[in-house]
Structure formats: C-alpha cells, structure tokens
Write a protein that binds this ligand. Structure first.
Ligand code: AMP
Length: 254
C-alpha cells in the first residue's frame, strides 16, 4: 500500500520538516499497539487541526518493571494502517538514542500528584512520562496535544507540567473508549489469556456500580483480581488491579 502518511525516524529530519508545517498542529503521542481508543484521539485531532502528528515510542524510562517493557505488545503493521486510515499526516517513530541523547541524565520530576494513585506503586513512572512528553513536545512543537482520560492522572500531570513550565500547548482530554463489554481499551489487554479476558470487564462493572470502595475491593478479590489500589479523588473513582501478571487501570466519574 502506498502511504500518504510520512514516517520520520530522526529528530533532525522532524525538525527540518516542522519548519515547513503551517497552521494548527495536533499531536497524539502513543506507545503503539494501537486500538480504537488511540484512534479516537487521532480522529479528534483530525477534526480540529490542520496537521496531525502521531508518535510511536515505547518509552523505557516509564517502565518500572523490566518484564513489562520486554513484553509490551508490538503490532506495527496494523498500527501503520490504523494511523493512515485515521488521516494522520506524520508519524514520528524515533529510537531510544534519538530521544535520549543524554541517556536520561536530565529528567522532569513532579513531587506530589506523581507520588499518589499509580505513582505509589510505580516509582519513577510519571517522571519518565513527563520527561519523554517534554522531549516530544520540544521536537514536535504542537499547538495542541490529545490525551485519553483512560490515563487520567497522566493527563493531569502533563497539563500541570505545561502550566509550570509555561509551555503554550493546549492539552485536550478525550473520553475513555471501552470494549462492548465495558473493559477499558488498553494495549495491555492483548496480554490477557482467554479466562482473564472474560473476567476483566467485571473490574469496570464493580468500579462503576458498587456502593463504596470496601465493597468494590471485596467483590473484585472474591472474583480473583489482585487489587493494587482503589481510591476516590478529583470526583472520580480510580483503580488498578492485577489479573495474573497483567495490570489493568480504569477510572469512572462519581
Ligand atoms: P499509550 O499508547 O498507552 O501511551 O496511550 C497513548 C494515548 O492513548 C494516551 O493519551 C492514552 O491515555 C490514550 N488511550 C489509551 N487507551 C485509551 C482508551 N481506552 N480510551 C481513550 N484513550 C486511550
């Protein structure tokens, strides 16, 4: 298939190409293994912007578990088709040394929100996220960037980082996209075996239906989930659970 989308692998080439880009530039950073949740961000960017740039970069500095990084799904062929179909104009797909020419000597660190919820059990995770997003923002120089509410804490941290460092980039939150059975779409769902996949939607059902967090925890544990955390903040109920080795996160408005 002849692609209209242009793939760029180096920072230097992206920066040269960026000089030719005009108008409102929408950016959607991802780690690949794309699903309809990612595509919804691309489509929203397409509607609202003159140029859409996506990135695929599996960022090692945000993985606190080496095994999770090594087994992170890769579906590149299908990803390229999905991006092309969504009308993405440029795909930036660098390797580690392009992005981390400093080998992570420098980092962006946040000291409060990044230590709560997912940050409590994933030390360094959000510093890795913020550092890579800062780098990508400086390379891509977008007008606006789209983030899913699936990772609500991440969205808040990135928005806060832009305010703290006076980055003039609009951070646009996009609704969480679910499978028909309610399971929040996630690249990591590919790692669930068929028994775990059947059980997984119960996480969302309990999170949205149970009366309180105590009841939620009991019901999930009884069903075979290992609960990482369940908390209420920002008018939302947040949770992370394990099914076997696979960690799932979700959040609902309350
Ligand atoms: P990732 O590839 O996991 O880093 O995700 C890239 C972007 O897609 C992030 O802004 C995520 O919040 C967003 N995203 C992932 N899953 C979903 C989903 N189910 N619904 C909406 N956005 C999502």
């Amino acid at each position: 298939m002849k692609m209209k989308m242009k793939i760029i692998n180096t920072v230097r080439e992206f920066q040269a190409t960026r000089k030719e880009m005009r108008g409102r530039l929408g950016f959607v950073p991802t780690m690949g293994a794309l699903h309809a949740g990612h595509v919804s961000l691309m489509e929203r960017a397409k509607e609202e912007c003159d140029i859409v740039v996506a990135s695929i970069f599996v960022n090692p500095t945000q993985f606190n578990d080496k095994k999770d990084l090594e087994t992170y799904p890769n579906t590149l062929e299908a990803d390229l088709h999905a991006l092309e179909n969504a009308g993405v104009d440029f795909l930036f797909m660098p390797n580690y040394s392009e992005v981390y020419l400093d080998d992570y000597r420098y980092e962006v660190r946040e000291k409060e929100l990044s230590k709560t919820l997912c940050g409590k059990v994933r030390p360094g995770h959000f510093d890795g996220v913020l550092s890579v997003v800062m780098k990508l923002f400086n390379i891509v120089r977008p007008t606006c960037a789209y983030f899913g509410e699936k990772d609500y804490q991440q969205y808040l941290l990135i928005k806060g980082m832009c305010e703290a460092f006076f980055l003039e980039i609009e951070i646009i939150p996009c609704p969480l996209v679910r499978e028909a059975d309610g399971l929040a779409m996630s690249s990591r769902n590919l790692k669930l075996d068929s028994t775990a996949r059947q059980l997984a939607p119960l996480f969302y059902r309990e999170l949205s239906k149970c009366k309180n967090l105590h009841e939620c925890r009991l019901n999930l544990e009884r069903a075979g989930f290992v609960v990482d955390y369940l908390e209420e903040e920002f008018g939302r109920r947040f949770g992370a659970v394990f099914l076997g080795k696979v960690r799932l996160i979700d959040n609902v408005q309350i």
